[in-house]
Design a binder for this molecule. Sequence first.
Ligand code: UD1
Ligand code: CA
Length: 463
Amino acid sequence: MNNAVILAGGMGKRMKSDKPKVLLEVLGKPMLQWVIDACNDAGISNICVVKGYGADMLDEYLLGSLRTVLQPERLGTGHAVSCASCFLEEFSDGNTLIACGDSPFIDPETIKSSLELHIASKSAVTVITACLDNPRGYGRIIRSEDGIEGIVEEKDCSDSQRKINEISSGCYWFNTKKLLEALPRLQRNNSQGEYYLTDTISILKSDGCVAQAYLSDNQDSVLGANDRAGLLKLNDIARMKVIFKHLEAGVELISTDAVTISPDVKIAPGAKILPGSMLMGKTIIGRDSVIGPNTRLLNVTVGERSTLDNVVATDSRVGSDAKIGPFVQLRPGSVIADKAHIGNFVEIKNSAIGKGSSVSHLTYIGDSDVGKNVNFGCGTVTVNYDGSVKSRCEIGDNAFIGCNTNLVAPVKIGEAAYTAAGSTITKDVPDGALAIERGTQVIKEDYAKQKLKRHLDKGKALD
Ligand code: UD1
Ligand code: CA
């Protein structure tokens, strides 16, 4: 059965990061995840990740979703694959894809077509290659009449080899059995003193096996990142690629300025994304909705014809025909129903806001269940936390919350009930009732006038 080993043990010294290099992100998604997704999309489900530097962080990220094997010390890509030998032996009747966790753009089509060539040419190994304008840093492909002769690393190249612009992507298909035969024969006699996986090619050739190159016409698919500048370049390339994919699908952008869309975001045709918007994670935007300007959404689902203007939202849902913003934060667990309006300087957390309800200004709603057509006056605060326990507020359909009301949870406001402005509500309010909690207004006639007079008289006395 076909399987994949993803090399992810390297430290990525030049990144100067505490994280393993493969967890650094391109468009908000770790490079390793791009490679895992490409394998899955190509139909490969048996995957083993070789971890090394920062193995704990990698385990924490993968949460047991994939098999991993530890490379105890970094002795090169060949050594890394050897560490997965037990995994390979389980699938020794098939073919193995070896992929680098720091080369995120390997795509499912390239993986599948290179496997077809690999099988058709009965190769022991098929290297995915590309011709680059600037091949610096990559292993060069030495072609032969019947396929390829080998791969020479940049640091081991002669002057003429360095001029070759066909490079190895670091991604290969191997006949698993042949790979297992070649791995123990790798030597460290190169400029970096490492066990190079690339040397398996000359070993297999010397056994009389066929070695092929699958030349990809997509230069980007082989790109890797070894330093921060390389990572920025990958982000730039991916950003425009994702944007153009959405433009083709009928999404409208008036400018690409500071628009970043993660690769797994889904946007329906007719939606409009305005400058300064970051759509991250598994965000989904419905038809004809307008997002931005300056809006950051992480794992947010938005329905149709809604507008989100200057909004920061995380792990939340917004229905259709809703109007959110400007200057709104939706924290995790917010569910805003159709036709609701959330206006400026409003924060909502872990709360449901019912259909047609309006929270127009300067309000905090946390841990609350709000019914339909509820109106919140300016400056309402749900007092959901007493310093140790968080409690919920329940607000019935058609309720009207007066300006500057505190709702001290747990508390229930009945259907169509009113709270008077400035009230601090600590007891449940029955359906249809009015709750007032504030001192009676006292009028002291002429108090201010007399005070002014005393002030003026004092001034005269000093003259
Ligand atoms: C490697 C290839 C090179 C290819 C390039 C493509 C070798 C010797 N060189 O070079 O031919 O053009 O990729 O990007 O294979 N890793 C481990 N353990 C190790 C060393 C590396 O797990 O001991 C992992 C790294 O995390 C990385 C991948 O293997 O994901 C490639 O290693 P890296 O050091 O980046 O190799 P390159 O010099 O880029
Ligand atoms: Ca690399």
